[in-house]
Ligand binder design. Structure first.
Ligand code: NAD
Ligand code: IPM
Ligand code: MN
Length: 354
């Protein structure tokens, strides 16, 4: 019986999470799989206000005992500065549980209009494989001479050979299961040490996988190609920061970031992996009940895939697609042109699963 730690977090994380949990539960039960969920209120602004920290002291042991973590979103800048809440929760999870791959599929779903002219389902279908534990998110650096004319802030990018090679290996493995193409995001013309190093390790990985076609683009033009030629891409491997940017841009090209899922994976299985929508807590719409719940539900499907229940994951994806294909405006959320809300769309997916 798989055990899941459920952490809704802040804002719309709390609103979409019930549908993620329900979808996983219904799909699993249909296959005779009993999933146990434990809900946690930490990693939220309320918890921070009460305890002065984002997580309990024993979070590593508590969360480490689960098979997987289903996560909503953290961030409530009105109460806690973002770097404090995120470095006090999600970024700790990714690092401590060595979730070195952040897998973020981007696909135009039926019934959703892409903002790209003439693009529909099948035209945009790629995976962003984002390095998730180092790179630009090193947390190494500091502010010196604070308060003086000489004040400066510096933060280093760290790329370890092990860290870069393992995420590239994962990207090439994914490409072998798809259209056998890997694109690398780089910026080795301007960032003169770490990015040429990234390129070198990419070339070494390409040599190990001669059956996979490769190319690389500087991140600036790559963002343009995402918009103008999304069909060029199958698997895109990127450093932590570039992967972060590409994984909002990709879903935006598919119509809405609200449907985008992600899997923060510890491929060795030593630690639990974490599944969460790509979007954040969306303070601008939090409390209105209109957030699109599909990113959270699809993340639940990715969690079931990871736990070996691929049939259940596929059923959830099929349920999402069937509801979207029906394109009932009264059911869809406003981000995809509907007049419905989180409840109508979430419930429709759950009903389609039954
Ligand atoms: P965001 O993803 O929260 O919101 C960006 C825009 O997309 C907003 O206009 C929002 O209304 C819209 N949006 C996002 N999800 C949606 C959904 N499911 N349905 C409909 N519309 C949706 O990004 P942001 O505004 O940069 O960040 C807000 C807060 O969330 C910040 O505190 C940020 O640090 C945090 N954040 C957390 C995560 C995470 O926990 N993984 C990810 C991104 C941002
Ligand atoms: C994401 C988010 C996080 C990141 C933030 C909230 C720290 O944007 O999961 O994409 O940058 O990784
Ligand atoms: Mn992001």
């Amino acid at each position: 019986m798989p055990t899941i730690a459920v952490i809704p977090g802040d804002g719309i994380g709390k609103e979409v999470m019930p549908f993620g949990v329900q979808a996983v539960d219904v799909a699993a039960r249909r296959h005779g799989l009993d999933v146990e969920f434990d809900h946690f209120d930490f990693a939220s602004a309320e918890y921070y206000q009460e305890h002065g920290r984002m997580l309990p002291e024993d979070w590593k042991t508590v969360l480490g005992s689960y098979d997987a973590i289903l996560f909503g979103a953290v961030g409530c800048p009105a109460v806690v500065p973002d770097h404090v809440s995120l470095w006090g929760s999600l970024l700790q999870f990714r690092r401590h549980f060595d979730q070195y791959v952040n897998l973020r599929p981007c696909r135009i779903l039926p019934g959703i209009t892409s903002p790209l002219r003439d693009k529909g389902p099948g035209d945009v279908d790629f995976l962003v494989v984002r390095e998730n534990t180092e790179g630009e998110y090193s947390n190494s650096g500091g502010i010196m001479f604070e308060g003086t004319q000489r004040e400066f802030a510096m933060q280093e990018t760290v790329m370890t050979r092990v860290g870069v090679d393992r995420v590239m290996e994962y990207a090439f493995d994914q490409a072998m299961k798809r259209r056998r193409k890997v694109t690398s995001a780089t910026k080795s013309n301007g960032i003169s040490i770490t990015m040429p190093y990234w390129d070198r390790r990419f070339s070494a990985a390409a040599v190990r996988h001669p059956e996979v076609e490769t190319d690389q683009f500087h991140i600036d033009i790559l963002t343009a190609h995402f918009v103008q030629h999304p069909e060029w891409f199958d698997v895109v491997v990127a450093s932590n920061l570039f992967g972060d940017i590409l994984s909002d841009l990709g879903p935006a090209c598919t119509g809405t970031i609200g449907v985008a899922p992600s899997a923060n994976i510890n491929p060795t299985g030593e630690f639990p992996s974490l599944f969460e929508p790509v979007h954040g807590s969306a303070p601008d719409i939090a409390g209105q009940g209109i957030a699109n719940p599909i990113g959270q539900i699809w993340s639940g499907a990715m969690m079931l895939d990871h736990l070996g229940a691929e049939d259940c994951g596929k059923e959830i994806e099929a349920a999402i697609e069937s509801v979207l294909r029906a394109a009932d405006t009264a059911v869809l959320t406003p981000d995809v042109g509907g007049t419905g809300n989180t409840e109508t769309l979430g419930r429709a997916v759950i009903e389609a699963l039954n």
